[in-house]
Design a protein. Structure first.
Length: 395
């Protein structure tokens, strides 16, 4: 596998003046890893792009959804239908401008077996997973991943398709089902403490909420009527949808940490900046072929993917186009099984091929093809873990 990957690098990298191939120009940082779940098997693949290797690690269930922890060391693995939330340890601990290898990649001890875990949210040392089947939150701490076997679980109200978000002061904005609509989506948001006690009641009722992102002071939730803004002090307001939306609304919100930007995305419609300084929604681009939107690991670049395989890399501050290329991306003819997923470090973009069992790697700011890495199975989801640091310092 290593020889295959390095051979691809040698074929696709640019040559220097004396004709030799500087493959190192295309290497990822030594502390970046990619964790990949398998569609059909209870296997997880630890990809080391720097070395071009793949390690297979046995898990409990297939097709886990993956989320990078706040520190980057862990990936949360959520198996909704199997009622399990677990964590995978990259074995890499980041310390700002450097990183340490603390051990081998392995499963952490902590897990939760609550009913239908779905939405994940992490900030600082805390990680929350909302359990739709029982209206509860599983609370984990990164600092106790190898010492606490079970998550602390507390109830927040009626079961619903919900989501939590953490504020800087340790309180939680969490969705609330009041029963005013017939579907499973919640209508309200309240603020609670880490034991589930209500600190600030909801002041705005919507007709349905889905999608959330926060910056520590403010959390934005997508709702039928507009973007529901919930502040750490308990105040709430609605940012109205543009008139062009009609009956449509934004159900996916992401936040770029480095760019300090909230983005709303609606597949098949468009991508929008949600400006919390002016409480307005500004169109970045509307296009019926938009398929995905994501930030890179640091939240500096905004990456847009289209159904024809076009990928655009935008500056997360002003949304100017840095690169735009039509890439070879395999989309399933129908349904979501085998659909591509995306992850980006500060230097590279990774695109999975769920039908052929591989991951393609591109330089992020040029979209130059670097190489393809074959996997032992078919990827379902992937997430970055480890550290972007390039040095291993000794204390």
């Amino acid at each position: 596998m290593l020889l295959l990957f390095l051979a691809v690098f040698a074929l696709t990298a640019c040559s220097d003046d004396d004709g030799e191939t500087p493959a190192h120009d295309h290497e990822e940082g030594q502390f970046v890893r990619v964790l990949v779940s398998d569609q059909d098997q209870a296997n997880y693949y630890v990809v080391n792009p720097h070395e071009g290797t793949v390690e297979t690690v046995a898990g409990q269930y297939a097709a886990g959804r993956l989320y990078t922890s706040p520190s980057g060391r862990y990936v949360s693995v959520i198996n909704t239908d199997d009622n399990l939330a677990t964590f995978f340890d990259s074995g890499i601990e980041a310390h700002g401008d450097h990183a340490h290898v603390k051990g081998t990649p392995k499963w952490a001890l902590s897990k939760a077996t609550a009913s239908r875990p779905v939405h994940y949210y992490g900030k600082g040392d805390n990680i929350l997973v909302f359990n739709d089947g029982e209206g509860s939150i599983s609370h984990f701490k990164e600092s106790t991943m190898h010492t606490e076997a079970e998550a602390r679980v507390f109830d927040i109200g009626d079961a619903h398709h919900g989501a939590p978000a953490l504020f800087n002061n340790g309180t939680i904005a969490v969705t609330e089902k009041d029963g005013s609509t017939a579907w499973t989506l919640p209508e309200r948001v309240k603020i609670i403490d880490m034991n589930g006690n209500t600190l600030h009641e909801s002041t705005i009722q919507t007709s349905g909420i889905h999608g959330e992102a926060g910056n520590g002071e403010t959390v934005l939730f997508g709702s039928v009527e507009g973007i529901l803004r919930v502040n750490q002090d308990g105040s709430q307001l609605l940012i109205e949808n543009p008139e062009s939306f009609g009956d449509e609304w934004i159900g996916t919100i992401i936040y770029g940490e480095e760019s300090e930007t909230f983005i709303g995305f609606d597949g098949g419609r468009g991508v929008y900046e949600i400006d919390i300084a002016t409480n307005s929604i500004n169109t970045i681009e509307e296009n019926a072929n938009l398929s995905a939107a994501t930030f890179d690991w640091e939240g500096h670049h905004l990456i847009l993917v289209y159904t024809d395989g076009t990928v655009k890399v935008l500056d997360g501050h002003g949304f100017g186009t840095i690169a735009s290329e039509q890439l070879e991306i395999n989309f399933p003819a129908e349904g979501s099984t085998g659909a591509p997923t995306y992850a980006a470090s500060e230097e590279f973009l990774y695109i999975s091929d769920g039908m052929n069992g591989s991951i393609a790697m591109y330089e992020l700011e040029t979209l130059e093809f670097v190489g393809t890495l074959a996997l032992p199975g078919k990827p379902a989801r992937m997430a970055l873990m480890g550290s972007l640091a390039h040095d291993d310092h000794e204390h």
